[in-house]
Design a binder for this molecule. Structure first.
Ligand SMILES: Cc1cc2nc3c(=O)[nH]c(=O)nc-3n(C[C@H](O)[C@H](O)[C@H](O)COP(=O)(O)OP(=O)(O)OC[C@H]3O[C@@H](n4cnc5c(N)ncnc54)[C@H](O)[C@@H]3O)c2cc1C
Length: 449
């Protein structure tokens, strides 16, 4: 057993105390940490990734962007930032069990802000497991990380604004974009654009994207039904209301909207409403002292995440009782309201069409980690029942990919994951169990059976 464990065994739950702990260093989490710290509170900010920024700003180098400025403020502040730190359990109220470079670390808190963001929803269809079929945001991240896409034909399909930003980023990395296939009907897109014509920032964003995507193919009202290829994807077949046709491609990038990362709120017993963490005006959940901000409370983009983060950070540091800080939150309430109106319109515009529920055939793999087919789960009544009978979601990703898909396909609500929330080693379990004075039960972690 390692030396650090000996150290922690004596005081597992008092290590690393902080008044406010923020989980997630995306826009919401960083803004929450900054707001809490600047009102004089001791703050720890943790993120599973090695660098801050979240999905939108991680790896971005532009010093002029709002993201770069916020990251710099965090770096210069006295906020304790723990990169590469995954929250894997909440063993008792006020305590998180984290994995830091594979070692257990307990972090205690008075108030917790959960800003764990969202992930792409990937719907299964025949051929989606072929090599070179990726999530749109995932492929974008790989391109930023050095994947050479020069001269490669990338079809981008699914739904939502992420398709456009991903396509623009892929093109900037040299990809050819023969088609962006948006499932929402043209009439919805038109209504959405008209409703927000008076918001200059959104109009400028749209113009900027339009310029970056000039010449790329774009069709609304269509969706993928099959991907074809031998050892990798070579074409995708799309369908609209009147026809089916195929488009040749080297990569297929799909994203059917975003689904919130609810594992931690569910584990802590926070109420979930319409698929998102329910919060009050101060972003506090149904569990006192636990706040949620950003996409975990609703898909609204970085501006909404920043506004919610600031409100949550101020509230978590008990600033709502100080009049001058309440004053500081007031403009953020207005900003949040404006963003939420935009988010509601976006949800209506990009609502997934019911036909997408039937693009998975009975023999289509739904859970890629455990090779579970659609026909194996279709007869079950809930996620839990299907998991117990088939090992659905019990593999490496612990249901992070198939959970969001099945939620849409079969209407099953998200259910709590049995901790650990991320896959950990046997050694981690043994160390954590020994330090807490309990014998770990391997059966409690379905991913390890
Ligand atoms: C794949 C993807 C790509 C995107 N690309 C774009 C884009 O190009 N342009 C754009 O405008 N918007 C993009 N978005 C949307 C954008 O991410 C959001 O609008 C915004 O960043 C939300 O901010 P957030 O702080 O709520 O969450 P995020 O930015 O997602 O940050 C959440 C953070 O929480 C961390 N985390 C989660 N769980 C844990 C845990 N248990 N322990 C420790 N850390 C944890 C994650 O590592 C992550 O850094 C993308 C979204 C996704 C999912």
């Amino acid at each position: 057993m390692s030396a650090p464990l000996q150290h922690r065994t004596g005081m597992p739950y008092s290590a690393s105390p902080a008044r406010v702990v923020v989980v997630g260093a995306g826009p919401a989490g960083m803004q929450a940490a900054w707001a809490a710290a600047s009102s004089g509170t001791k703050v720890t900010l943790i993120d599973a990734n090695p660098s801050p920024g979240g999905q939108i700003w991680r790896g971005e180098q532009s010093v002029s962007s709002a993201g770069a400025r916020l990251i710099e403020k965090i770096r210069r502040s006295n906020i304790r930032f723990l990169p590469g730190c995954q929250v894997v359990d909440a063993p008792q109220p006020g305590t998180l069990l984290c994995s830091v470079n594979g070692e257990p670390e307990w972090i205690s808190y008075d108030s917790l802000v959960i800003a764990t963001g969202a992930r792409e929803r990937f719907l299964p269809f025949p051929g989606w497991t072929l090599p070179n079929v990726y999530g749109a945001g995932g492929l974008q991240a790989m391109a930023r990380g050095g994947l050479d896409l020069r001269g490669k034909r990338v079809v981008v399909c699914g739904s939502g604004p992420l398709l456009l930003s991903a396509a623009a980023a892929l093109r900037a990395h040299g990809a050819e974009i023969p088609l962006i296939a948006e499932q929402a009907p043209f009439a919805h897109l038109l209504r959405f654009a008209w409703a927000f014509r008076h918001l200059p920032a959104r109009v400028l964003d749209a113009i900027g994207l339009g310029k970056r995507l000039f010449g790329a193919g774009y069709r609304s009202g269509c969706y993928p039904v099959r991907a074809q290829g031998v050892d990798r994807v070579q074409s995708v077949t799309l369908r609209n209301s009147t026809q089916e046709w195929s488009v040749r491609c080297d990569y297929l990038a799909c994203s059917f909207g975003l689904a919130p990362n609810l594992e931690l709120p569910l584990l802590l017993g926070c109420r979930i409403d319409a698929g998102f963490a329910a919060v009050n005006e101060w972003q506090e959940t149904s569990v006192p002292g636990v706040y949620c901000a950003g996409e975990v409370t609703g898909i609204g983009g970085a501006d909404q995440a920043l506004a919610e983060g600031e409100i949550a950070g101020l509230a978590a540091s008990h600033a709502k009782t100080a009049p001058e800080l309440r004053e500081r939150a007031t403009p953020r309430f207005q900003e949040r309201e404006r963003c939420r109106r935009f988010a509601s319109a976006m949800a209506v515009c990009f609502a997934l069409r019911p036909e997408l529920r039937s693009i998975a055939m009975p023999e289509t793999i739904v859970c890629r980690c455990e090779d579970i087919r659609m026909d194996q789960i279709a007869g079950h009544k809930s996620w839990r029942e299907a998991q117990l009978q088939t090992r659905l979601g019990a593999g490496h990703c612990q249901g992070r990919v198939c959970g969001a898909a099945v939620g849409f396909l079969l209407g099953w609500p998200a259910e709590p994951i049995t901790p650990p929330l991320f896959r950990v080693t046997e050694n981690f379990m043994a160390c954590a169990g020994a330090a807490a004075g309990v014998t770990p039960d391997p059966a409690s972690n379905p991913s390890k059976q």
